[in-house]
Design a binder for this molecule. Sequence first.
Ligand code: FAD
Length: 341
Amino acid sequence: HSRHILCRLTTSAVRPHCFASTLVLAEQIDGGKIAPVTLNTLTAASQLKQDVDCVIFGAEKTNETAAQLQKYNNFNIKKIFIAENAAYKGLLSEAVTPVLLDLQKKNNYTHILGGSSTFSKGILPRLAALLDVQSISDITKVIDKDQYLRLIYAGNAILKLKSNDQVKVITVRGTAFEAAKEGGGSGQAQVEKLDASPTNDLSEFVSREVQQSERPELPAARIIFAGGRALKSKENFKLLYDLADLFPGQATVGASRAAVDAGYCANDLQIGQTGKIVAPDLYVAIGISGAIQHIAGMKDSKVIVAINKDGDAPIFAMADYGLTGDLFKILPELTEKLKQK
Ligand code: FAD
């Protein structure tokens, strides 16, 4: 009862959450942009049907990132906190988490959500441990405020889980939720600077190597040409890049774990249970057998094409279209034909 009165008397400057509310950990990428997965996370957050605050961490340009988020007022965003400090370079979880913990202590969110990206997957389990609650990972559906769906056994079974924790700390599978669309709502979300003086003597940002490419990131690509062990070498992966480059800005290259482990390509191209989860319009699996751990990462693709010399390869059971034959014959031919189009 006393808590209720306290809440009523307090002005909106400090907003203790007498009511359930959600915090979305928004991700800043490429010097100020909002990460696409944050937009999917906003959709998941809106399904909880309660007020939403967002928080953005960054070494610079958090104002710009906040301005982008303000365009999504349909999603009931009340406040956007920005925490800017040179110490957030590289967005290390050791630097970010203590500030997030303070924010939680002040505002008592009932739900804290982030996208299932390397960023949130590093931070939110750490936060959950500090709050002494379980970390709920990679949800694909919000049933209600306490219940969610997530995939287990490499996507072969769906788990319905119920959490009784007071605070639910959740990562959201981006491909399972529509991206939020910009629009209206009832007034712009307020932007508030957090006094961010992070202390982090546990880790240090050294450097980040970014491969400059015209090709989209895997989760954002509309078309993916994925290669497997059958490609046999790093040089042969060029066959896939040649194909992808026929669809500038739309297509990119992915790989099976066998191809990554063999060193044919960088490991951030890996698709599957222990790699990226993708759902492009078109997925072309080339010399990939179709192990369940691979399927787990691409089965929601809209159209799946398989090229494999073994007509009994399991990938054909998944595929909408199949080409049985030697990829080293088929790919150059396909590239030539597409060039003529
Ligand atoms: P293979 O299974 O060796 O298949 C190669 C295919 O190429 C075969 O079907 C063959 O018929 C075909 N082929 C050969 N030559 C040609 C040719 N000239 N032309 C056309 N076709 C040809 N795997 C992932 O991909 N992603 C993951 O995230 C992942 N996570 C895993 C997690 C765990 C815990 C475990 C145990 C495994 C995981 N794996 C993962 C590995 C997975 O089980 C498979 O080993 C792997 O996906 C196989 O890769 P592949 O299809 O490229 O190779």
